[in-house]
Design a protein around this ligand. Structure first.
Ligand SMILES: Cc1ncc(COP(=O)(O)O)c(C=O)c1O
Length: 442
């Protein structure tokens, strides 16, 4: 078996230097780097058979069809789906969630539940349904005191809605702080959701889970999951929607909202078109074949590396980083104290009203990048709603202080040496800004 550290050599983007130093890429929650087998698969499509799929039958097209279906099979295996008919290719997670939001046949009294720390992609599509009067309500389940999924709060909201909940769409692993909903809790969510309403669905936003750990959709019993291939060693512009085959072809439950070429078996000038069966009826228009074929290569690559090995490696790195950052009194880490509960994500802020002396000075992320090629992310990570909901809390504790969040996120190719370099560079930056006021608490 190839050792995990040896896979690093397969990533050409790591094999370069700027200013005599290699890149240290800690922005993996946003996008991961691409290994050579994935790049090769994409190039192979463009070099040898750059034709369309699902329409023509010639030499090149047959290879496209084969490549696309092999990708579907690789994805099916990766997530433990029961059939390739349950694997729909989309543009990304966002499109997959919108596809379901717009395609399900809703009742006006339906209620949608999410958590209170969703990525905008698992919030806006549901809010739109409310705004357009398609469903009655969206409610956000409050997290527990360590920002984790709170089963009791969920149970309470379900009860309050008295059987009206039609969709429970949850962030499986959070891009904000790395917390995941444990498998047994998801199974309980599924049980409770169906008990209050047999027509209700459970959807997992798996953008941060499928790339980083073993996810088995049948074991979890959920109805839908969505994830993005660019976060799992694959190309940009491809995502996956998994939906249970039991209802994907039931037009009384779900009907595709983007239709046209590729989705249709037959049409007449008048009357209802006859659509293909899933997954094709959800894949309208000519597809991103290079990307889909690259997605298959990425899924095979991840299966070979082993999702659980990736998860464990990320825990090792996060423990090391957490220990180092906890040594800096002015740094506060978001989410649970135990790094094992934050997968490969470490989001932190400084207990300082400002992280630089003037706006013209580079901020911490820019300093890390400029000095040591360490790439992290700053901002609200598309979870604005969580940030705004906590503004009052920040106000109460720190008199109007709104912290800037920084996020380091790991993947299989990161190393303990990189973590150490990050910590030592941070240490120097903190010394330089030591004269900026610091809050005592946190
Ligand atoms: C938890 C989560 N959900 C959804 C998304 C949206 O993914 P995409 O932009 O690929 O659609 C992201 C991206 O960062 C994410 O982290």
């Amino acid at each position: 078996m190839t050792e995990l550290k040896d896979y690093r050599n397969l990533f050409p983007s790591l094999n370069q230097e700027r200013g005599g130093r290699p890149p240290i890429y800690f922005d993996n929650a946003c996008m991961t780097l691409k290994p050579q087998p994935v790049i090769d698969a994409i190039l192979d499509y463009y070099n040898r058979y750059p034709a369309c799929g699902e329409r023509s039958t010639h030499w090149f097209a047959a290879q496209v069809d084969k490549g696309v279906e092999e990708s579907r099979e690789a994805i099916r295996q990766l997530i433990g789906a029961s059939s390739i008919k349950e694997i729909v290719f989309t543009k990304n997670t966002t499109e997959a969630i919108n596809l379901v939001a717009q395609s399900l046949r809703w009742n006006p009294e339906d209620v949608v539940l999410t958590t209170d720390k969703e990525h905008n992609s698992n919030l806006c599509p549901w809010q739109e349904l409310v705004e357009r009067g398609i469903v009655s309500k969206h409610r956000a389940i409050p997290a527990d005191e360590q920002n984790r999924f709170h089963l009791e709060a969920f149970r309470k909201v379900l009860e309050e809605e008295g059987g009206k909940v039609r969709m429970v769409s949850l962030c499986h692993s959070s891009n904000l702080d790395g917390t995941s909903i444990p498998d047994e809790v998801i199974r309980e969510v599924v049980r409770l959701t169906r008990a209050q309403n047999p027509d209700a669905f459970v959807f997992l936003d798996a953008a941060q889970s499928v790339p980083h750990k073993q996810v088995n959709v049948q074991g979890l019993g959920v109805d839908f999951i969505a994830f993005s291939i660019h976060k799992m060693c694959g190309p940009t512009g491809v995502g996956v929607l998994y939906g249970r085959k039991e209802f994907l072809n039931d037009e009384s439950v779900i009907q595709p909202f983007i239709v046209g070429g590729g989705t249709v078996e037959d049409t007449h000038l008048f009357g209802h078109p006859r659509y293909f069966k899933a997954p094709y009826k959800f894949e309208a228009g000519l597809q991103n074949y290079a990307g889909i074929i690259g997605a298959g290569a990425a899924a095979r690559f991840l299966a070979e590396v082993g999702p659980e090995r990736i998860a464990e490696h990320e825990r090792v790195l996060n423990r090391a980083l957490t220990e180092r950052l906890q040594g800096f009194p002015e740094i506060k880490i978001l989410g649970p104290r135990d790094p094992d509960e934050r997968s490969g994500i470490c989001t932190f802020y400084l207990l300082k009203p400002a992280t630089r002396f003037s706006d013209s000075e580079p901020d911490i992320d820019e300093k890390l990048d400029g000095r040591a090629n360490i790439m992290i992310r700053k901002g609200t990570f598309c979870v604005h709603s969580w940030y705004h909901a906590h503004e009052e809390q920040f106000d109460a504790f720190w008199g109007g202080f709104r912290p800037t969040l920084f996020r380091a996120s790991f993947y299989l190719y990161n190393t303990l040496e990189e973590v150490e370099l990050f910590a030592s560079t941070m240490s120097r930056i903190l010394e330089e800004i030591a004269d900026l006021p610091t809050f005592a608490g946190g």
